[in-house]
Design a protein around this ligand. Structure first.
Ligand SMILES: [Zn+2]
Ligand SMILES: [Zn+2]
Length: 350
């Protein structure tokens, strides 16, 4: 192991590059990891664009990580051994709050995140603190699984939590509004859970084209077509039983309430910009149509475990989902491709 390594350093919004930095010291009770692959997430793009309230620049982000154990610190008593390959998701639960005690880890009041509290994975090496070893979302990757594929565990985990909460199941008609990477994962997951019809809507032909390789039952460009009319026609006038909003436009949440089948479940998956947090939803429609509005965020350890199982068994294809792979040294080039909306999922390999 040399003295220096390549790492992404984000200095300010839209000011980032790969630099030579010192390899960190392995912390007491923690692990030194060699990063094998790290995925670029929509939230990373937002951090690159405008920063993040929990990230202090200069900083190394990257939270969809697959890495190999290189070494461990003093008094390490975790179960992973040198040479093990790990899928590292960023959440580190407190383990003490009422939600953690209740087993509702995804609601933890005091969770921390790798790539916010500690440096992330767009780097040749990274360390895991003792806290993450003890209460983190870290899984042993089965032998033979492609490290790039293991980076999809993290984004898929949030989708699994959401679809479990909405009980997406056999026979459901599902409308996904937003055909970005997360919308696409929702599409494949809904199918894996037995949905009989999956409809995808977006404003971007580029994104719809990327999603079309998943052969949804219907694709709607909401710039050019009337979403309400198209979806009602495709569902025999009833509307979809499940609607997932995977985008930051408040108008799509308003529309979801109008379009949903009576008794339907609406998953509010995508967050909204701070100045658009209160869309004018017709709450009488929610009332009279007996709708369920379901908010979800992050995930618990078992969603993480299910994600790895689905990906390693091929129930969800990581290979198909990853549209590009770049070397870490090509980070700037890859990030710009994603910032321009021309990639589904980019994974960087140090
Ligand atoms: Zn992510
Ligand atoms: Zn907690």
């Amino acid at each position: 192991m040399g003295e220096t390594m390549n790492a992404l350093i984000v200095r300010a919004p839209m000011d980032f590059s790969i630099e030579k930095v010192k390899i960190p010291q392995v912390p007491d009770g923690g692990l030194m990891l060699k990063v094998l692959a790290c995925g670029l997430c929509g939230s990373d793009l937002r951090t690159l664009r405008i920063g993040h309230r929990k990230v202090k620049f200069p900083f190394t982000i990257g939270h969809e990580i697959c890495a190999r154990v290189e070494n461990y610190g003093k008094e390490y008593n975790g179960s992973w051994k040198i040479g093990d390959t790990l899928a590292v998701s960023p959440l580190v639960y407190c383990g003490k709050c009422d939600f953690c005690l209740n087993g509702e880890y995804e609601l933890c009041s005091n969770y921390k995140e790798i790539a916010q509290t500690w440096p992330g994975g767009f780097s040749e090496y990274m360390t895991l603190p003792k806290e993450a070893v003890e209460r983190g979302t870290i899984l042993l990757v089965p032998k033979g699984m492609n490290p790039a594929h293991a980076t999809i565990v993290e984004p898929l985990s949030s989708c699994i939590n959401a679809q479990e909460k909405a009980n997406v199941s056999a026979g459901d008609s599902v409308l996904i509004i937003g055909a970005g990477p997360i919308g696409t994962l929702h599409l494949e997951l809904a199918r894996a859970r037995g949905a009989s019809q999956v409809i995808v809507a977006d404003i971007s032909d580029d994104r719809l084209k990327l999603a079309s390789s998943y052969q949804p039952d219907l694709i709607v460009n909401t710039q050019k077509q009337d979403l309400n009319a198209e979806v009602l026609k495709a569902t025999n006038g009833y509307g979809p039983g499940v609607i997932i909003t995977a985008n930051p436009d408040p108008a799509t949440q308003v529309a979801a309430v109008e379009i949903a089948r009576k008794g339907g479940r609406i998953l509010i998956f995508g967050g909204l910009p701070k100045d658009k947090e209160t869309p004018g939803i017709n709450m009488n429609t929610v009332h009279y149509n007996a709708l369920h509005l379901i908010g979800t965020t992050i995930f618990a350890p078992w969603h993480n475990k299910t994600a790895l199982e689905l990906l390693s068994s091929g129930g969800i294809s990581a290979e198909k989902f990853i549209s590009h792979q770049f070397k870490l040294t090509e980070f700037v080039e890859g990030a710009h491709l994603a910032l321009e909306g021309k990639a589904r999922k980019i994974v960087f390999i140090p």
